[in-house]
Every structure is written in structure tokens, then in C-alpha cells.
Design a protein around this ligand. Structure first.
Ligand code: NAD
Ligand code: GLY
Length: 370
């Protein structure tokens, strides 16, 4: 058990550490207790993760005299809704939380986004710690303070920016993550290479198979590098005001549209939608004359070789309609004044926000797959 590596998210007054390593959950109290404002914490988790790790975390915190209750939500994207949010808030209030009670999110992005949103509005804000347990949550959702639930008209439309006080990314927990979830998380890993670093993109092409196969060293490297990339962006554009943080949404406008068409269900996981969406965004970038067609070909082939989805038709049992997909582009948070905004690539490792993208071109790109 080596010392964890640390990534600092530098934000004036709201900075925090992300610890990346193994054995962190087993020693969680060592890292968490110094951050607590009182001896009371509430663990929010989901039914899958809670069963595997909930009691272990609670028992570990108890050894440090921390009074700790566990609140468990159903697993899956469906829990990022008003009903679960309301249930969670009422449960938290019933546990007589005060402003010094820390909420600990133990789970994937669903738990982190929901619990983080709850922490941000409960009593006008209580302290919050993230223990991300999916690859996607370790490399993306637990870092940077975006919290949200979904509305019936779209994903992540109700939320806040609310930074955690600490993030513990333990590679041990990835051992129980289902392979499908691991692959979904990998999409967000390679995204950093595509948008920010040709070198990291190359690393992903060579090591992606190891990450998916559960190689701990490769996974820790991927998590550490991803958190460094994300921390760099968040430091410069915490609230997505300068077209910088928006780069993290590469592939997401297409991906969100596909997710919306599948009803945000198990049919298509968020990371799977992002993988397909990034392939489609490469084609859009090509059609805009920015990159060669070979970028899409290489990315899609890499995903295929790893057994990942790379094309809308890889989604089993789904019948797509071009206009239905395209109709979501204007709903996206990135749409401004009726013009379409997409993140596109100027080259591998250099993404830009393109405003005024022709809606007909975007529709055409969708149609070219179906
Ligand atoms: P998730 O939270 O649903 O987790 C995926 C599945 O894996 C769930 O069934 C969960 O119970 C299970 N699981 C998680 N960790 C496990 C483990 N260690 N062992 C066994 N099972 C485990 O989904 P996700 O992919 O982690 O996150 C997706 C969500 O994150 C989406 O709602 C997306 O919008 C959000 N997101 C947010 C941000 C952000 O910046 N806040 C960024 C990216 C994605
Ligand atoms: N995942 C996008 C962001 O954090 O901004």
C-alpha cells in the first residue's frame, strides 16, 4: 500500500485535494477526519455500492468516533430526479443535520451529482466529500464541483457549482465495477487526450486495453492524469464562463441527444453516449474542414477494439430517428440564442467551442450514421 498521489484543485478559498491510490477506502478516516467540522457525517450511496462498501466505510469512520448514518438510493441514472432528491433531503433533515454535518458521496456520478446538489442547498450548504467508485466518477464527475439532477426536458438542468472538500479516488474499488461501466468511464479518460493532449491520447491508444482489463497501475495513471487535466481547466474556468470548461463537453451534445432518445436508461450509459458522441463530433469537425477523416476512423477503431460502442447502431434494440436526435441539440445548455454550439477538434489535443454551427450540418452528420 503506497502513499496516494495528490492533485490539487486550486480555487481561492475553495481549493481541495484529490487523492489517487489504493487502500484509501480502508483508511478513509485518516484522510476524512481532519476535514470534518464536527463528529457527524452522513454517507449517501446507491444500492450496489452501499452493499459492497457502505458498512466498511461506516465502521472505519466509527473507529475515529464519527457518528455516521447511511442513506441509500436506487442505483442508476433514474435516481437523479426530483423524487429521489426530495426523499434524500427529507431523510437528511430527519437525521437532524446541522451546518457542520458532512455529506460523504460514496458511489458513481449519479450519487456524486445528487448528493453534491443536496449538500449545496441543504441548510444553504453543508460540507461535502466525494468518494467516487466508478471510473467515470474518478476521472470526471467527482472533480470540479458540478452537481445536478435531471429535469424531464433534459439532463443536468437543475444543479449548482459546489466544490467538495476532498476527493478520495481508490483504485481498489474499481475491481468490483462491472466491465461495461469501466468501458463507459474510459470514454471520459480518452476525452482529455482528444481535447487537451496529443501525448495523453497516444498513451490511451497504447494503454486503453490495460485500463479496461483492470491493470491497477494503468488505471491509477489514467485517473491521476485525468484529474490533473480537469483540475487545470476548473482552476481557469470554474463556472464555465470562458469557453474553457465547456471543452470538457466534447462529444456531449451528440451524446446527450442519444441519451435523451433512450430515456436516460440502462439502454445507453452516459459514458457510452459520450464515446459515440465523440466519434460523431470528430465527423462534424471533419465536415467543418477542421480535421481529417482519419481521426474519426482511428478513434472508432480504438473503441471497437476495446469492445466499446462507437456508432449509434451499436446501441442494441434502439431505433433512431434523425430529427428526433437533432431536436435535442437546441435544448442543450450549450445552445445560445438559437444557434447551435458544439465542441469540435482543430486537431487531436486541441478542442475549441464552435458557435453558430449550422443546424443542417449537425443534422446531416447524424443522418450519415443512420
Ligand atoms: P453511476 O453512478 O450510475 O454508476 C454506474 C453503475 O456502477 C451503478 O450501477 C453503480 O451502482 C455501479 N457502481 C459504481 N461504482 C461501483 C463499484 N466500485 N463496484 C460496483 N458497482 C459500482 O454512473 P457513472 O457512470 O458513475 O456516472 C454517470 C453520471 O455522472 C451521469 O449522471 C452524468 O451526468 C454524471 N456526470 C457528471 C459530471 C460532473 O461533472 N458532475 C461529469 C460526468 C458525468
Ligand atoms: N464534465 C463536464 C464538467 O465538469 O464541466
Amino acid at each position: 500500500m503506497s502513499q496516494p498521489k495528490t492533485v490539487q484543485v486550486e480555487l481561492a478559498g475553495r481549493g481541495y485535494d484529490i487523492l489517487v491510490g489504493s487502500g484509501l477506502l480502508k483508511r478513509a478516516a485518516d484522510y476524512i477526519v481532519p476535514k470534518l467540522a464536527s463528529k457527524k457525517a452522513i454517507i449517501v450511496t446507491d444500492a450496489h455500492v452501499g452493499t459492497i462498501y457502505g458498512s466498511q466505510l461506516k465502521a472505519n469512520l466509527r473507529t475515529a468516533d464519527i457518528t455516521c448514518e447511511i442513506l441509500t438510493i436506487p442505483a442508476g441514472e433514474g435516481s437523479k430526479n426530483f423524487a429521489t432528491f426530495e426523499w434524500l433531503m427529507n431523510q437528511l433533515l430527519a437525521l437532524k443535520v446541522d451546518r457542520k454535518t458532512t455529506i460523504i458521496a460514496l458511489g458513481g456520478g449519479v450519487v456524486g451529482d445528487l448528493a453534491g446538489f443536496a449538500a449545496s442547498v441543504l441548510l444553504r450548504g453543508v460540507p461535502f466529500i466525494q468518494i467516487p467508485t466508478s471510473l467515470l466518477a474518478q476521472v470526471d464527475s467527482s472533480v470540479g464541483g458540478k452537481t445536478a439532477i435531471n429535469a424531464s426536458v433534459g439532463k443536468n438542468l437543475i444543479g449548482s457549482f459546489y466544490q467538495p472538500q476532498l476527493v478520495l479516488a481508490d483504485s481498489d474499488v474499481l475491481k468490483t465495477l462491472p466491465p461495461r461501466e469501466l468501458k463507459a468511464g474510459y470514454a471520459e479518460v480518452i476525452k482529455y487526450g482528444l481535447i487537451m493532449s496529443p501525448e495523453f491520447y497516444e498513451d490511451c491508444l497504447s494503454d486503453g486495453a490495460k485500463i479496461i482489463a483492470g491493470d491497477e497501475e494503468a488505471q491509477q495513471y489514467a485517473v491521476l492524469a485525468s484529474c490533473q487535466f480537469k483540475a487545470e481547466i476548473v482552476k481557469m474556468d470554474e463556472r464555465e464562463k470562458d469557453d474553457l470548461r465547456a471543452l470538457l463537453n466534447f462529444g456531449h451534445t451528440f451524446g446527450h441527444a442519444l441519451e435523451a432518445e433512450t430515456g436516460f436508461s440502462e439502454t445507453l450509459l452516459h459514458g457510452e453516449a459520450v464515446a459515440i458522441g465523440m466519434v460523431m463530433a470528430c465527423r462534424l469537425s471533419h465536415r467543418m474542414g477542421l480535421i481529417g477523416a482519419d481521426v474519426e476512423t482511428q478513434l472508432a477503431a480504438h473503441f471497437k477494439a476495446l469492445g466499446m460502442m462507437a456508432h449509434p447502431n451499436d446501441v442494441k434494440g434502439q431505433r433512431w430517428a434523425v430529427d428526433a436526435i437533432a431536436s435535442h441539440f437546441a435544448d442543450d445548455k450549450k445552445a445560445e440564442g438559437g444557434k447551435l454550439t458544439f465542441v469540435v477538434l482543430n486537431e487531436i489535443g486541441r478542442a475549441v467551442v464552435a458557435k453558430n454551427v449550422d443546424a443542417a450540418l449537425a443534422r446531416d452528420v447524424v443522418a450519415s450514421y443512420l
